[in-house]
Design a protein around this ligand. Sequence first.
Ligand code: MN
Length: 264
Amino acid sequence: MKRITRRHLLQSAGAVAAGAVAGCATTSETTSAAPMPFVVAGTTIPVVGTTERFPVRRIYCIGRNYAAHAREMGSDPTREPPFFFQKPTDAVQVVMPGTVGDHPYPPLTKNYHYEVELVAALKAGGRNVTTAQALDLVYGYAVGLDMTRRDLQRAMGDEKKPWEIGKSFDRSAPIGPLHRVADIGHFEQGRITLAVNGAVKQNANLNQMIWSVAEQISKLSEAFELRPGDIIYSGTPENVGPVVRGDVMTAHIDKLPDLVVKVV
Ligand code: MN
């Protein structure tokens, strides 16, 4: 009786509803009602065909997921298990179809690279998700760029230090709007290309991924508890390369509108 009363009171305040939607544990860190000295904006991505926006919790990226790209990065694609890194959530730069997003050339690098990637966005999470269950977690897909300060990534790798500064910087994750699975289905194959100033640089097929999206979700969930709002950059094919200020990158995946970004 006491519990029902308390639940009723919480529902009246909207607290239970908010917790249920987010699917998250309620802790003092995440639900504090204390006044805050300033507001930190959440990161959201527009969803095509709806006025809703997808709230981003974490950005995971898989490394070396196409054999030819693994080779160009100096590793053996036949022996390497999947590995992941993260970008900060606010690295997202949303660019809408039909527009050209201004993308600032970042500091410290002299070798700034594009990596076109399919991005899967999760509406549900879990631990130790099987590959058979994995695609049920996917809310939708987008085309994204895993922008990389290659010189810094390589230098840190050479010194056996974290990739962080090469991968996880401001605006390093340009992305188009999400398309819901209900509208567009899943992506087991299809062209994935990246052009710079109209010249095609990367040109591959999604079916050349070493680890499929379902396998990526399954493997990730062994290491991390996945949650709604997590998005996964699924790796880039071969022929990554540099851009300079003034270059216009056009990222394309069949079935999705192009993502167009100008380096400024
Ligand atoms: Mn990448």
